[in-house]
Design a protein around this ligand. Sequence first.
Ligand code: FJE
Ligand code: FE
Length: 293
Amino acid sequence: MSTLAKGSRSITKAVLSRPRMDGVGALVYRSIGDTELRNHDPFLLLDEFNVDKDGGFPDHPHRGFETVTYMLEGQFQHEDFAGHSGTIGPGDLQWMTAGRGIVHTEMPVKTQTPAHGLQLWINLPKEHKMCEPQYQELLDGQVPRANPQDGVIIKVIAGESHGVSSKVYTRTPTTYLDFKMAPHKTVEQAIPSSYNGFIYGLKGTIYVGEEGVVGKPHQTLILSEDGTETIKISTKDEEAHFVVIAGQPLKEPVVQRGLFVMNSQDEIVEAMVDYQHGQHGFERAKGWHSTIA
Ligand code: FJE
Ligand code: FE
């Protein structure tokens, strides 16, 4: 017998992000991670960033979580302390597991088009926080699409949609879908009922759940946690572009100090000491400076 509730998940909160500055001269709309949207377990942060040629995120460390950078426009380059580097453009993504430690730089390629995209931070379960760093890089063409009906294209960045599965390995079970919908369409999307989830609007207006709660660009809609498996999303007169992100909550203590996210205050102190002394994963941090920042 199914214990799933019928109908669509509803929206428990709608928050419109306002632009602010972060890094060096980078404009970000902060969704998850802003004061009103703290600790949406397992997610720590979602930023929609706009960075022109004078801005970026120069040399900084991470420990204890993953960053997923998904490009919408322009080009972004990165370089880390282990000599790993690359460039991603529109539709491409970099899924970076910082694990025990990454020090890197993230900068736009200095062209006419500013770098515009999304960066998501996913917390790691306790047993993976000190794992070896890993990169999973996918070009736009390597991200599978679901096309459940005419005028609905779903890029499956992580998890699955309408029988199409992503190959990205997630240490924290995560669904990350990019939707493009023509006007006057309705789609249902299954999300595991135990996941916490949200929708973030990029373009156009959407109507979510049985009540048709309105979602706009720069707005975050938090999905209800009521044991329901699907969400229903519709467009009216405009086409729409948005992402649906959901993940299995870790239900572990979260202690965050800047770019280190651990389970206890002691582990945060350890992270700062390890970074300062160049040890336990930060060996290559000693004297490293990026060549692109
Ligand atoms: C950060 C300094 C930083 N949002 N969106 C301080 F550099 C960062 C940081 C980012 C970031 C990077 C990209 Cl590519 C996109 C971002 C913050 O790296 F979060 C703080 N607090
Ligand atoms: Fe970073």
